[in-house]
Design a protein around this ligand. Structure first.
Ligand SMILES: C[S@@+](CC[C@H](N)C(=O)[O-])C[C@H]1O[C@@H](n2cnc3c(N)ncnc32)[C@H](O)[C@@H]1O
Length: 311
């Protein structure tokens, strides 16, 4: 097994939000390397149980090893969290955690293709059983589709320019784009000069990853499913890393905390509006990492934790 390293983000804040109690039942919907899961299992000793879910077989292997001291009290499943209500009974969990996006281990392994800083295949799949990869989007989508994808999923202002350049460049070679470096260097060559500190390929890579893994669709379905598996009084904690996913969580919260008085945006975002509120906001503003945590783990700088309680 390749080395798997991931430092859990906002760990103390997640524990304070979920209030794990001995004997309770918890779901870590994105178990990754098992960092949050281990802390929850410790807090719910001696008899609490944890279900862990991930789309990535390598993450589950790492989590299995990390959690070996808790054998008999946890169960791991390779699944998209959109399906949790299909395999967990209704109202069975005291708390559910989503810690979204790729782990550091996924980012750092060049062969996964998530990072423009490492040369690897243009892959970006969380689940290697899926056939669709980032290369399929880059080589097969039309110029217009790429432009929309970069703008809507990545918030990229130069979306049209990049889409046009990709379509022009891929016509020159029968294999098209195969590697992260090929794509990143095209963008570096044509990026508008700004003094922004962000690498010019950041938003294009984000948009492709979100599209390859249907991250928005999975998140919407996963949040609705979490509501089904939570017990009344159970807590839902969600850590997001970019504005698109944070908006989905915010709209979900708005829909289910306000019921029919919920916002038109929530309805437009595809959440059905319940007759009575089903959730209570535990914190009004998202919780963000302390400056000490950001110094120790700069990757967590954009993390936002939102917390809800099922009523
Ligand atoms: C940030 S990591 C979680 C790290 C974990 N909290 C820890 O402490 O090690 C996010 C994980 O979610 C997984 N993931 C992303 N989307 C998923 C989905 N729709 N269903 C299940 N797992 C998903 C990724 O494969 C990744 O392993």
């Amino acid at each position: 097994m390749a080395e798997y390293f991931h430092k859990p983000v906002l760990l103390a804040e997640v524990l304070a939000a979920l209030r794990p109690k001995p004997g309770g039942c918890y779901l870590d919907a994105t178990v990754g390397g098992g960092g949050h899961a281990a802390a929850i299992l410790e807090a719910i000793a001696p008899d609490g149980r944890l279900f862990g879910c991930d789309r990535d077989a390598a993450a589950l292997e790492a989590a299995q090893a990390r959690l070996s001291g808790f054998t008999g009290r946890f169960e791991l499943r390779r699944a998209n969290f959109a399906t949790i209500a299909d395999w967990l009974p209704p109202e069975s969990c005291d708390g559910v955690l989503f810690d979204l996006g790729p782990s550091s281990a996924q980012f750092d392994q060049a062969e996964r293709g998530f990072s423009f800083l490492r040369d690897g295949p243009l892959d970006m799949r969380f689940d290697k059983n899926q056939t669709l990869t980032a290369a399929d989007f880059v080589n097969c989508a039309t110029e217009e589709e790429l432009e929309i994808l970069f703008r809507e999923l990545g918030g990229e202002r130069a979306a049209r320019k990049y889409a046009r350049a990709i379509v022009r460049e891929r016509a020159l070679s029968p294999a098209g784009f195969q590697t992260t470096r090929q794509l990143a260097s095209l963008i570096e060559r044509i990026a508008p000069r700004t003094c922004a500190r962000l690498h010019p390929a950041t938003k294009v890579f984000l948009a492709l990853r979100v599209a390859v893994n249907d991250e928005v669709g999975s998140l919407r379905r996963g949040l609705e499913a979490a509501l089904k598996v939570l017990k009344p009084g159970g807590r839902l904690a969600v850590i997001t890393f970019h504005s698109l996913e944070d908006r989905v969580v915010k709209e979900f919260g708005r829909a289910w905390t306000h019921a029919r008085a919920g916002s038109a945006e929530a309805e437009a975002a595809g959440f059905c509006i319940p007759a009575t509120p089903r959730l209570r906001l535990v914190v009004r503003k998202p919780i963000v990492p302390s400056s000490a945590e950001v110094r120790a783990n700069p990757r967590c700088r954009s993390a936002k934790l939102r917390v809800f309680e099922k009523v």
